[in-house]
Design a binder for this molecule. Structure first.
Ligand SMILES: [Zn+2]
Length: 270
């Protein structure tokens, strides 16, 4: 006889909401721990913990993941998720934390010291998407790593995988595509905040009465993944922002009206 295992997320090992609800209902009906355990697949010791310390179950509720539940839902708030996805695809990574048996993952996004506003935004978006977890800044040379630990980061960013992003295919799942389609400005903001910049070009025009200098702002997005270029280009298209490749790795937004339009969503790093 195989062991009866309840619906549990393959990525993070959490029991879904319906399984937990079913277990608590059986327990409150007075069923034995062993019977509830074999009916749900949840270990008797975990059931006993929930029974004796209901706050531990409440805690597991705040750590509920919309992608692990039996009935899957989208990740909320969608605008914050779109921004965080842009940051993650631009310059983030997810790694398993020791000991592996705990199933905890670290999401890390690097923010340069020069942009404290970006650091704040990044932390805020992480906390909005995973309110049950914390987000902290770890000072490194010239930058701050914003890190957050959760069992669910791989559920929320299924693009996670071995190797560097430009060496593997990056494809969005349908629920992510739906968010990116609806929040292209937030997504582009995340991409440009992590892997892009808004800079001022100065060009010299020689005129009869001497040289004249012109300044104009432009955006650059520099990344080595052709899939991430495509996602960035699609978001810019949706926003009505004209763009082109200025180098094989660089998307450039330079036309005056395109820069003005992108300023509505991105703006300079601060
Ligand atoms: Zn999950």
């Amino acid at each position: 006889m195989g062991e009866n295992v309840g619906p549990v997320c393959q990525r993070c090992g959490m029991y879904d909401r319906l399984t937990r609800l079913r277990a608590m209902t059986l327990l409150t009906q007075g069923q034995m721990l062993s019977a509830v355990s074999s009916a749900t697949g949840i270990s008797p010791s975990l059931l006993q913990d929930w029974q004796e310390r209901p706050e531990s179950l409440a805690r597991s509720r705040t750590s509920t993941c919309p992608r692990c539940s039996l009935v899957k839902s989208t990740v909320e708030p969608r605008s914050d998720y779109a921004y965080l996805l842009g940051l993650y695809l631009g310059d983030g990574c997810i790694s398993r934390q020791p000991p592996e048996s705990k199933g905890v993952w670290k999401l890390r996004i690097i923010c340069a010291d020069a942009w404290p506003g970006l650091l704040k935004e990044c932390k805020r978006a992480m906390l909005a998407v995973r309110p049950g977890n914390s987000a902290t800044g770890v000072q490194r040379q010239g930058c701050v790593e914003v890190v957050s630990y959760s069992k669910h980061w791989p559920c929320l960013f299924p693009q996670h995988g071995p190797g560097r992003k430009h060496e593997r295919a990056i494809e969005l799942e349908s629920w992510q595509q739906e968010i990116v389609t609806n929040y292209p400005g937030d997504f582009a903001r995340g991409l440009f905040h992590s892997d892009g910049c808004r800079l001022t070009n100065r060009i010299r025009r020689p005129l009869k009465d001497g040289d004249r200098w012109y300044e104009y702002p432009r955006y650059l997005f520099v990344n080595r993944s052709t899939d991430i270029h495509r996602l960035c280009g699609e978001a810019l298209d949706r926003l009505g922002v004209a763009w082109r490749f200025s180098k094989p790795t660089t998307i450039s937004v330079a036309r005056r009206e395109a820069v003005a339009r992108l300023d509505e969503f991105v703006g300079p790093k601060y």
